[in-house]
Design a protein around this ligand. Structure first.
Ligand SMILES: NC(=O)c1ccc[n+]([C@@H]2O[C@H](COP(=O)([O-])OP(=O)(O)OC[C@H]3O[C@@H](n4cnc5c(N)ncnc54)[C@H](O)[C@@H]3O)[C@@H](O)[C@H]2O)c1
Length: 363
């Protein structure tokens, strides 16, 4: 039998469990190690999955130095994504990196540089791309049915869905709702459009509910990030992207996601109750808005694909396949750098109080 693909998980908190469950379903993969800076956490994590032979570390660099590996999942909080991913790249490993890619453009540039120098790849964890309905959306947007697309609104958001823990601190998450689920809200339309380059952004972000003792009694004192953000982004090709994202608000939804073209429009509703764009629901019902042959306004529902695809498994499997087959990153940094640059642009514009140019590092 061929040797198994030897993988380690860096950062054994919540989402690491979804990575482990996915790897454990694969006959050709073995989880051989895990690391976490919290003493005992990596050992407890590996034991939880019955991985008695897998080795646990508190020092990620030591693990990378000592264990023979074929790949790593980086599942740390956002601020530690780049140090851990860069350390793995320097060891000649391809990296499956959780979303968002990072926090600042300085971190993004460091990651891209390390990726280039290593000749290895970083694939960013956007599992909604593996939902058949997300694939359908991209197919429709790319088909030309809409004509020339000039405006996109990306909506959804949560009415109540404020996390705590590492998600609300500046030194762990760095950015709040904007990056946590906003990165999905950007990836769906941008991936569908073929990731046009972002040019400028005007944005505001808020922390009203996060800092409210009434709305957020458990965490308000520690809340250091945003809970709501809006932005108007100019994209290459004459497209305007209207973005809103929320962890909590006194409203049911920030709206549907929709695409306006000069031949037709296409609306993607959020899923019932909440939408983070990811594990808590990808997309809801879809409708095409167009004229019939007589020029009358017509609406055509797009059949919703009921499926049992485990999108998280698909993302992890795509990473393993790409490592084994040498086919490059399934979700490449050359796309996600635009996503990250928009997030950074939103932070900068909101802090400065005016529109800013979106800067893309040249690596
Ligand atoms: N794809 C998804 O659906 C999804 C869902 C939830 C979270 N996430 C992302 O996953 C990441 C982690 O989220 P979480 O909920 O698991 O957070 P978490 O706080 O539960 O876990 C993060 C873990 O990383 C550890 N860590 C930090 N720095 C480290 C380092 N240098 N080396 C080793 N371990 C380190 C922490 O001690 C902690 O145990 C975040 O970036 C988040 O955005 C993705």
């Amino acid at each position: 039998m061929a040797e198994k693909f030897r993988v380690a998980i860096i950062g054994t908190g919540s989402i690491a469990h979804a990575h482990a469950r996915s790897y454990l379903k694969m006959d050709d993969v073995e989880i051989v190690a895990g690391s976490d800076i919290v003493p005992g956490r990596a050992r407890a994590f590996l034991d939880e999955f019955g991985l008695k032979d897998a080795v646990a570390y508190e020092d990620t660099q030591k693990m990378l130095d000592e264990v023979d590996l074929d790949g790593v999942s980086v599942c740390t909080y956002n601020q530690q994504h780049v140090p851990c991913a860069v350390a793995a790249l320097k060891k000649g490993l391809n990296v499956l990196l959780e979303k968002p890619m990072c926090v600042t453009m300085e971190q993004a540039e460091e990651l891209l540089r390390a990726e280039k120098e290593s000749g290895k790849f970083v694939s960013v964890g956007f599992q909604p791309r593996y939902d058949p309905n997300s694939k359908k959306i991209k197919e429709i947007v790319q088909s030309g049915t809409l004509g020339n697309i000039y405006y996109v609104q990306t909506g959804g958001g949560r009415r109540r869905g404020m996390p705590g823990g590492s998600f609300i601190k500046a030194d762990t998450a760095g950015i709040g709702a904007l990056a946590d689920i906003g990165c999905y809200g950007l990836d769906m339309p941008l991936n569908s459009l073929g990731y046009p380059k972002p040019l400028t952004v005007s944005a505001t972000k808020f922390d009203r509910l996060g800092k409210s003792p009434v709305m957020n009694p458990q965490w308000y004192k520690e809340f250091e990030v945003d809970d709501f953000a809006v932005a108007l982004i100019r994209l290459e090709g004459g497209i305007t992207l209207d973005f809103r994202m929320s962890w909590a608000m006194h409203m049911d939804t920030c709206g549907a996601t929709f695409f306006l073209g000069d031949k037709a429009g296409f609306k993607v509703n959020p899923t019932e109750g909440l939408w983070g764009g990811a594990w808590d629901g990808t997309v809801g019902s879809m409708t095409l808005y167009h004229d019939d042959e007589s020029g009358n306004c017509t609406e055509t529902p797009v059949p919703y694909i009921q499926h049992s695809v485990d999108i998280f498994y698909e993302k992890v499997r795509a990473y393993v396949n790409a490592c084994k087959n040498g086919t490059g990153a399934p979700v490449p940094t050359r796309e996600i750098i635009y996503n990250q640059a928009i997030l950074s642009g939103i932070v900068e514009s909101s802090n400065l109080g005016h529109e800013v140019e979106i800067k893309i590092p040249e690596v």
